[in-house]
Design a protein around this ligand. Structure first.
Ligand SMILES: [Fe+2]
Length: 201
């Protein structure tokens, strides 16, 4: 008798937060409004418009208060699921929204950057996303190791990645160190996503 054992799995959590339509529209209106403000920062890996270039505290705006209360609950549950220490409490410290019109994309990145990006749990909430639109892709952290093997299922210069289908109302939580990317929006309809970082303090 023989069996294979899959080692070192990574838990990514997907759930749904269905906002009342009026609240969802208020959030969308506010995101477009913020994107009209003059940018203060520049993110080279982001091709679309981002409120993050203006303000990284989207959660401090009243239109987003109820959404972030729900997100906080989900993150606390995920923190436990990951068996992160109970000595620390996941605390929201950065949030922003990206608008991807047709052709816009986000380069491969993770939400940790040494001292400047020391978060523990990150996530994305889809305020508006067509179910047939391309999905976030999570990069296999063993990509470089696979390159040293005779693996057949490589992606050339692109890192090996896995995606799963998401749509409006989906919330995806992942460890902040896990790299990801978003490919070009295929549709005329804007893809609008809110991203955030939590840190245990
Ligand atoms: Fe990201």
């Amino acid at each position: 008798m023989q069996s294979n054992i899959e080692l070192f799995s990574i838990t990514v959590n997907r759930s749904q937060i269905l906002l009342p339509e009026k609240e969802r529209q208020e959030c969308i209106k506010s995101i477009y409004h913020i994107c009209n403000e003059p940018p203060k920062y520049f993110f080279p890996g982001e091709d679309g418009q981002s409120t993050g270039s203006r303000d990284l505290k989207l959660h401090s705006r009243p239109q987003f208060a109820s959404l972030f209360l729900k997100i906080q609950e989900r993150v606390e549950a995920y923190w436990k699921q990951l068996l992160y220490t109970t000595e620390l409490h996941p605390t929201l410290f950065d949030s922003w929204a990206n608008i991807h019109t047709k052709g816009n994309w986000t380069m491969q990145h993770c939400h940790n950057d040494g001292y400047w990006g020391s978060s523990h749990i990150s996530g994305v909430y889809y305020v508006n996303k067509n179910i047939n639109e391309v999905d976030i892709e999570f990069i296999d952290p063993l990509d470089m190791i696979h390159r040293l093997t005779p693996a057949q299922n490589m992606m050339g210069i692109h890192s090996k990645a896995t995606s799963f289908q998401t749509q409006t109302g989906d919330l995806v939580l992942f460890p902040s160190w896990l790299s990801h990317r978003v490919n070009k929006n295929k549709f005329d309809e804007d893809r609008i996503a809110i991203s955030f970082n939590f840190k245990g303090i």
